[in-house]
Ligand binder design. Structure first.
Ligand SMILES: Nc1ncnc2c1ncn2[C@@H]1O[C@H](COP(=O)(O)OP(=O)(O)O)[C@@H](O)[C@H]1O
Ligand SMILES: [Mg+2]
Length: 298
């Protein structure tokens, strides 16, 4: 009946177009751009999802960088996003904490939730969201401040400590959890930028966890580090996954195999295949995944 059809259509529209709300004239729904041939193989679901991305599309102007991607991020899991350069790994990662908001030409549609709450909702403050979904970048980027102030920065902004003793406690615990406390305990007043690259990256991880995130996004966090510093970060990722959901972009399949429980393989903006890491690396279902992991391209 006509009335039923209309109400279904309205529901879908409301669900599909979530951002950015301030540019309603440029909104596009998946119905106009869907590419039904690119269907993800494997299992995009998680037993215990913390974040759910449904039918996510991202455009940079005319470039369709992410195409109808649906993926669940599980609690206490490490999921690795892999694929050739330019396939959209960083773009998808940035959707998960609305970092694409700051890119003028970027437009995101679809539905992304954190613990059931739409992260593109008008009621949700992106700054508060980024405390809950923290990010660690490729190049360690400590603030030009002391080690202490780097870690205390977020807790201060978000008012997480009632007094200096509480702040000290958060800073110490975060540095400890990031595996850095022993090395810096006696020089918390020294600049964070004076640390080695690996230490700086652990400082950035301490800064991220100081605000009690639920999810940590990491975009090639070891690509500027030597093998020893990389091994330390990988150990740390393993430890942190008991408390946080971790999404890591990596160009190293060895690293994905070492740190992740699930792997998502992207190709030209499509999510081609998702599955348990062992399965993807030993028995990929899709030809494109197989070509990539056997080194035929990428
Ligand atoms: N800020 C941007 N402006 C315009 N195009 C972009 C921007 N960032 C990424 N792109 C384009 O989007 C596509 C996906 O890029 P990206 O997400 O960085 O891929 P990856 O992280 O897998 O290398 C590429 O075609 C890239 O050129
Ligand atoms: Mg990238």
């Amino acid at each position: 009946m006509a009335m039923t059809e209309i109400s279904t259509f309205d529901d879908q529209q409301a669900e599909i177009v979530t951002a950015p709300r301030d540019q309603p004239d440029t909104e596009v729904t998946k119905h106009e751009f869907a590419e039904p041939d690119a269907k993800t193989v494997g299992d995009v679901r998680s037993k215990n999802p913390r974040m759910i991305a449904s039918d996510v599309n991202v455009w940079y102007g005319d470039i369709h960088a992410i195409k109808n991607v649906t993926l669940e991020i599980g609690s206490n899991e490490v999921i690795a996003l892999i694929g050739p350069s330019g396939c959209g790994k960083s773009t998808f990662l940035r959707c998960l904490n609305r970092m694409n908001d700051s890119i003028d030409v970027a437009r995101v549609t679809g539905d992304i939730s954190l613990d059931g709450q739409n992260i593109y909702s008008k009621e949700l403050d992106p700054v508060a969201l980024r405390a809950r979904v923290g990010m660690v970048f490729q190049k360690p980027n400590p603030f030009p401040k002391s080690i202490y102030d780097n870690v205390a920065y977020g807790p201060r902004i978000h008012g997480l400590a009632a007094n200096r003793a509480e702040l000290d406690d958060i800073v110490h615990r975060s540095l400890d959890r990031a595996g850095l406390l022993k090395e810096v305990r006696d020089r918390l007043d020294e600049p964070g930028t004076g640390l080695s690259g690996g230490q700086q990256q652990r400082l950035c991880i301490a800064r991220t966890i100081a605000v009690n995130p639920e999810v940590i996004l990491m975009d090639e966090p070891c690509s500027a580090l030597d093998p020893i510093a990389t091994a330390r970060i990988e150990d740390l990722i393993d430890e942190l996954s008991s408390k946080y959901a971790i999404v890591i972009v990596t160009h190293s399949m060895q690293q994905a195999a070492r740190v992740s429980q699930r792997v998502a393989y992207f190709h030209l903006g499509d999510l081609i295949e998702v599955d348990e890491t062992d399965r993807v690396f030993t028995n990929p279902r899709h030809k494109l995944t197989e070509d990539y992991i056997t080194g035929r391209f990428g």
